[in-house]
Design a protein around this ligand. Structure first.
Ligand code: G3H
Length: 334
């Protein structure tokens, strides 16, 4: 059973309480003085990141509440060449009821859902139909995901088609070459065009940090995407050889903090790729809490991009309730 404090903490992040409405980041003019001033002290960042998993930021008794909170922040994802409508429908059913009712009952929790379901463009109609009435948004990866190297007009058209098909969130990929060649104006213009094509749909900017060469590049790309109006900045596609890491997260989260301090706009954060263990989810939540505060622990400002994390969280919750682990095949996500 969760303590009253834990229940409040969890409900705040779920769909059970009225959602806080956050003014959307409108973006701003490109400020090159600010961009040039951005540095990243790699060894200090790596030292700080190395201490994070070992810190006991979350007491064992509070872990179930934190894991339920993590569930509400998952963009439940399938991004495979062999995706089918049936797989997407099963994933959507899981998004509606991500944790077994028996576990929720034992933890005295009301219904929860995941933050979104994330798919390729062709799977949007199946996801929209399967999620009808649930309030769970469909997120679509776009702009020539994962490489982002198709012609710009086609990348923009892809966004428009995904929005027309019912995606409420668009996960775009930036052109890594603009970062690697220091062409910040081109990166800003591209992101601005993507944001405009999204219209009312929220846009997550995937930096593909594993391909950006340095933490300073990560910091500058984060800032430019926020200047151009990104609603979220996201680490990775899940297809790079290095995906979400704690040092990269620290850099991106601190960029979000600086952007908020200077503009008053809160931008969301989405680590993605390779996050599959419940204990890692807690480390990320603790990092958000320490660096940005409780407001960023809600699904409108924090998401995990993950295809298999939910499976492990459900196993850990079952262990919390019953004292036993079940086989992971008993918790299929799709
Ligand atoms: O954006 C989400 C990622 O593609 C998911 O990556 P994953 O399959 O490693 O969890």
């Amino acid at each position: 059973m969760l303590s009253p404090a834990d229940q409040t903490a969890t409900a705040t992040a779920s769909h059970q309480l009225p959602q806080v409405t956050e003014p959307r980041n409108p973006g701003m003019a490109l400020d090159m003085d600010w961009v040039r001033a951005v540095q990243a002290n790699t060894s200090a960042i790596e030292r700080r990141a190395a201490t994070l998993p070992a810190r006991r930021s979350v007491k064992k008794t509070h872990q179930a509440a934190w894991l339920l909170r993590a569930v509400t922040c998952i963009d439940l994802t399938t991004l495979s060449g062999d995706d089918t409508e049936n797989r997407v429908r099963r994933l959507c059913a899981k998004a509606r009821q991500p944790v077994a009712q028996s576990l929720l009952d034992a933890l005295e929790m009301g219904p929860i859902t995941t933050g979104a379901v994330c798919v390729y463009h062709e799977m949007i109609p199946a996801a929209v139909r399967a999620l009808e009435g649930s309030g769970i948004p469909v997120a679509a990866v776009s702009t020539g995901f994962p490489a982002g190297l198709s012609p710009l007009h086609l990348r923009i058209a892809e966004i428009e088609e995904s929005v027309a098909a019912g995606a409420a969130e668009i996960d775009i990929v930036i052109s890594r070459r603009h970062v690697l060649s220091g062409n910040w104006q081109a990166l800003y213009d591209e992101m601005r065009a993507f944001r405009a094509a999204c219209g009312e749909a929220h846009v997550k900017a995937i930096l593909a940090t594993g391909e950006l060469g340095s933490l300073r590049n990560v910091a500058r790309a984060s800032l430019i995407c926020m200047m151009a109006g990104a609603d979220f900045i996201k680490t990775s596609t899940g297809k790079e050889s290095v995906n979400a890491t704690l040092p990269v997260s620290l850099v991106m989260i601190r960029s979000i903090r600086d952007f908020y301090a200077r503009t008053g706009y809160r931008v969301g954060y989405k680590p993605a790729g390779g996050i599959s263990k419940a204990k890692d989810a807690i480390t990320y939540l603790a990092l958000m809490k320490e660096e940005l505060g409780d407001r960023w622990l809600q699904p409108d400002l924090f998401r995990f991009g993950a295809s298999s994390l939910l499976n492990d969280i459900e196993r850990q919750l079952e262990h919390h309730v019953t004292g036993r682990y079940s086989a992971s095949y008993r918790h299929p996500t799709s």
